[in-house]
Design a protein around this ligand. Structure first.
Ligand SMILES: [Zn+2]
Length: 267
C-alpha cells in the first residue's frame, strides 16, 4: 500500500499537471469508489493539492474538496483525452487542456470522497501528527506509548499515533533506530523515543528523494516507478545479509503483517 512518500510523489506529479485545469466532464465507470455523485464539481478548477497522512486533498474552486485514498492499488494517471481506456480505469476527469485525469484501481479499495472544506478538520481530527510536525516529539511518544503492551512496529502503523507510515517504512524506521519491532511500547526507553523520531524523518526523507518505493503496483503520475526499493535495508530482504553486520535478515508475522529485522542490530 502506498505510504507517505508514495502519496507525496503522486501529489508532486499531479501538481505539475492538473493545477488550474477546469474539469469539463466526469465519467464514473465503477460505483462504490465515490461517496456521492461527483457532478457538483464539473466546471470547477483544481486549485491546490495537499496531503494529510496517506490522503490526497484536492482543493477546488468552490467550497468542496475531493479527498482521495489510493489504498492497495489505486493510481492517478494524467494522459491525453484521446488515450485508450484501460480495464481498471474507475473515474475519469476530462480537463480543459484536452488531457484527462484517470483514477485507476485494480482492486477497487481506493476511494474518492467529496466533502465541504469546512469538514476537513473534523475528517482528520483523530489522525496523529505528520512526521515533521513539532507535535511529533519525544514527550508526545512517551505519553502515547508508556502504557501500551502492543509491539512498537504495530504502534507505528497506527495512523492516530503518527500519520503516513505503513508496513514498509515501519520496518525500515525500526532498523534505522536499532529497535526490535516486537518491543512493547512501555519498554521503549527515553533515548529511543528520540531515535524513533529521528529515524522516521530520515527514512521518509530518503524515500521522498527517490520518489517512493515500487514493490508491486505503485506508479507515479507519469507511470514511472519509484526507486527507493533499491535502498531498503530490511524490507523484503529475509535470508540476505544485513548491510551493517552481515547477520541474516529475518521475517516474522505481526498482526497479520510481515515484519523484517536484523536480530543483531535491533534489540
Ligand atoms: Zn545487522
Amino acid at each position: 500500500m502506498p505510504e507517505l512518500p508514495e502519496v507525496q510523489t503522486v501529489i508532486d506529479g499531479l501538481n505539475q499537471k492538473i493545477i488550474n485545469q477546469t474539469i469539463s466532464k466526469i465519467k464514473v465507470l465503477r460505483k462504490g469508489i465515490t461517496n456521492c455523485s461527483l457532478l457538483p464539481i464539473v466546471g470547477e478548477k483544481f486549485l491546490k493539492l495537499d496531503r494529510r497522512g496517506k490522503y490526497i486533498i484536492f482543493h477546488l474552486s468552490s467550497e468542496l474538496v475531493m479527498i482521495g485514498h489510493l489504498k492497495m492499488t489505486g493510481k492517478f494517471i494524467v494522459t491525453s483525452k484521446y488515450a485508450k481506456y484501460h480495464r481498471h480505469d474507475r473515474v475519469i476527469f476530462f480537463l480543459g487542456d484536452q488531457s484527462k485525469l484517470i483514477f485507476n484501481d485494480i482492486r477497487c479499495f481506493g476511494r474518492l470522497e467529496l466533502i465541504d472544506s469546512a469538514e476537513l478538520l473534523e475528517k482528520f481530527k483523530n489522525m496523529g501528527p505528520e512526521p515533521w510536525d513539532s507535535k511529533y516529539n519525544p514527550l508526545y511518544l512517551k505519553k502515547k506509548l508508556e502504557n501500551r503492551r502492543i509491539p512498537i512496529k504495530t504502534l507505528l502503523l497506527d495512523q492516530n499515533l503518527v500519520a503516513g507510515i505503513g508496513n514498509i517504512y515501519a520496518s525500515e524506521i525500526l532498523f534505522e533506530a536499532g529497535i526490535h519491532p516486537e518491543k512493547p511500547g512501555y519498554l521503549i526507553m527515553a533515548s529511543e523515543f528520540k531515535q524513533i523520531i529521528k529515524s522516521t524523518r530520515k527514512i521518509l526523507k530518503q524515500a521522498l528523494k527517490y520518489n517512493g518505493t515500487t514493490i508491486s503496483d505503485f506508479r507515479r503520475v507519469d507511470e514511472k516507478t519509484g526507486e527507493f526499493q533499491n535502498f531498503l535495508k530490511v524490507y523484503g530482504r529475509q535470508g540476505l545479509a544485513c548491510r551493517i553486520c552481515g547477520e541474516k535478515i529475518q521475517k516474522l508475522r505481526q498482526n497479520q503483517r510481515s515484519t523484517f529485522l536484523c536480530p543483531s542490530c535491533q534489540n
